[in-house]
Design a binder for this molecule. Structure first.
Ligand SMILES: [Zn+2]
Ligand SMILES: [Zn+2]
Length: 424
């Protein structure tokens, strides 16, 4: 069939747009099998079926359309919106992922010069921004698993590509989590493998800086991962307790308030060691972190996380005290202040948390007592206000009653005491 012109739709294509809106995957699947249906047909605004499905947040429909060869980078929309932009606007991270995984370009801009990440940020879909900014396709990494030029061996052994990609794709930059990811994979948790991965990270970092449209965010992330992997390698080489020891160092809190000083210093050092001094992002990070005394907010981790993933603050969800994963729900039963993903995270943290757990408990109880006192006062004041309001309403209704009462008999029936007396 011919290439699609805007709004030039066959009856079946018109029907396809309708069933996408209704979310009827089965019917869409049938229509896509018809010979007068083009998967990349355009409606009057230049929107493809995939754009519609992405915008409406229908993941199954997007999957189906991609399976039928929908062009994820079609750019005929009247304002230059792409399917990835619509996915970001929908706020559905799963769909945003799907588009990226299908090869969506991230640096295309719409008619007012905004990228998909910028558009998603503009409408407050920060989870989608995170997904877009942190995307690094497996194919880009796999490039290093093939010998290039005169190389006899590839820079990255193919078996390491999968585990390394998992580390790269993590949106949780807490070094504890990254070390856990290394530790859980025996292929990766080995000095020689880590050194190879580091070199690849450094190369990608350099490429991100030197390519035409510089990507400082990704460069910083690659550099940071390289630093964490380097730290893992040094602990594996020199220490008896190996990665276990590194995790302990990263988690160990200082005596006064449990603040993990080693972790803070490590992240600050990683940032400082970024090899491209002119980078704007580096200067921004240093400016935000340098004046902060260790132990105060913002932490280096929160500043770095915000710069790389676009996540603003840690306010809208519960994060694991140990590994920083989002959605932690289990609380320490004593202090109820520390939150964990699971028992494993709690166990790992206990050696240091036990020193301040009691103190936290006391702090919480004191605060709760104060809140309760405050609430008592508030409710007293409120009930006083309610009483006053009720009084004035009663005054009002007394006045109305006397005005509205045309005769004695009617006035009597409206009086409950009189009715009761009549019943008896
Ligand atoms: Zn955790
Ligand atoms: Zn506790």
């Amino acid at each position: 069939m011919s290439a699609s012109k805007k709004g030039d739709l066959s009856p079946s294509e018109k029907e396809l747009f309708e069933v996408i809106t209704a979310g009827n995957v089965q019917e869409a699947s049938r229509l896509l099998g018809c010979k007068d249906v083009r998967v990349n047909c355009l409606d009057e605004y230049g929107m493809t079926p995939l754009m519609h499905a992405a915008y409406k947040g229908k993941a199954d429909m997007c999957k189906l359309l991609l399976q039928h060869g929908a062009d994820v980078n079609c750019n005929e929309h009247e304002h230059g919106y792409t399917a990835l932009m619509f996915a970001g606007l929908s706020g559905k991270t799963e769909i945003t992922w799907m588009m990226l995984d299908a090869g969506a370009e991230t640096d295309v801009v719409n008619s007012v010069g905004r990228t998909a990440a910028q558009m998603a940020a503009f409408v407050g879909q920060h989870d989608c921004v995170t997904v877009i900014n942190n995307f690094f396709s497996r194919a880009r990494l796999d490039y290093y698993t093939k010998p290039q030029g005169l190389e006899k061996e590839p820079k990255l052994p193919p078996k390491l590509s999968g585990p390394l990609h998992k580390v790269i794709m993590s949106t949780n930059l807490n070094p504890v989590k990254m070390v856990m990811l290394v530790k859980e994979n025996p292929l990766l948790a080995e000095v020689e493998a880590l050194d190879k991965c580091r070199r690849v990270m450094d190369l990608i970092c350099e490429k991100c800086i030197k390519q035409q449209d510089m990507n400082e965010v990704l460069a910083m992330k690659m550099h940071y991962i390289s630093c964490v992997l380097g730290k893992c390698a040094s602990f594996l080489k020199d220490r008896e307790d190996k990665l276990e020891g590194l995790l302990k160092s990263l988690l160990k809190g200082r005596d006064t308030d449990g603040f993990p000083v080693y972790q803070e210093k490590f992240i600050r050092e990683c940032i400082r060691k970024f090899p491209y001094c002119d980078a704007t992002l580096l200067q921004q990070l240093v400016r935000s972190i340098a004046p902060v005394e260790i132990g105060n907010d913002p932490t280096a981790l929160s500043v770095l996380t915000q710069a790389i993933t676009g996540q603003v603050g840690f306010m809208d969800a519960e994060f694991c005290t140990t590994c920083g994963e989002k959605g932690a729900e289990k609380r320490c039963s004593i202090c109820k202040m520390a939150i964990y993903c699971d028992q494993a995270c709690q166990k790992m943290h206990w050696f240091t948390h036990k020193k301040i757990c009691k103190k936290l408990q006391e702090q919480r109880e004191k605060q709760e007592a104060e809140t309760a006192k405050l609430r008592m006062q508030q409710s007293k004041e409120e009930s006083k206000a309610v009483q006053e309001a009720t009084d004035s309403i009663q005054e009002l209704s007394v006045e109305t009653d006397s005005e509205a009462a045309p005769s004695n008999s009617e006035a009597e029936t409206s009086d409950p005491v009189t009715i009761q007396a009549a019943d008896n």
